[in-house]
Design a protein around this ligand. Structure first.
Ligand code: ZN
Length: 75
């Protein structure tokens, strides 16, 4: 889980896909039974790390970027 350092919202984000990206850009967020989040982009699934988040994720609440931290908080 990731928390926005600015507004403290958890896992509320959208991805910024690069302008050169050729796919459909269909993004899904999946949380497994252990609370581990995975992201699927056009059928390719991966576990995002903090580095990925700070490069590609924009906060869906405050619009912040480069603002993510790991969160231990459980919803
Ligand atoms: Zn935020």
């Amino acid at each position: 889980m990731f928390v926005c350092r600015k507004c403290k919202k958890v896992d509320n984000f959208d991805l910024m896909l690069s302008h050169g990206y050729q796919g459909e850009g269909k993004v899904e967020k999946i949380v497994d039974a252990n609370g581990k989040m995975m992201i699927t982009v056009d059928g390719y699934t991966f576990v995002p790390d903090l580095d990925f988040m700070n490069n590609y994720a924009v906060c869906g609440y405050c619009g912040g970027i480069y603002c993510w931290d790991y969160s231990k908080q459980v919803k």
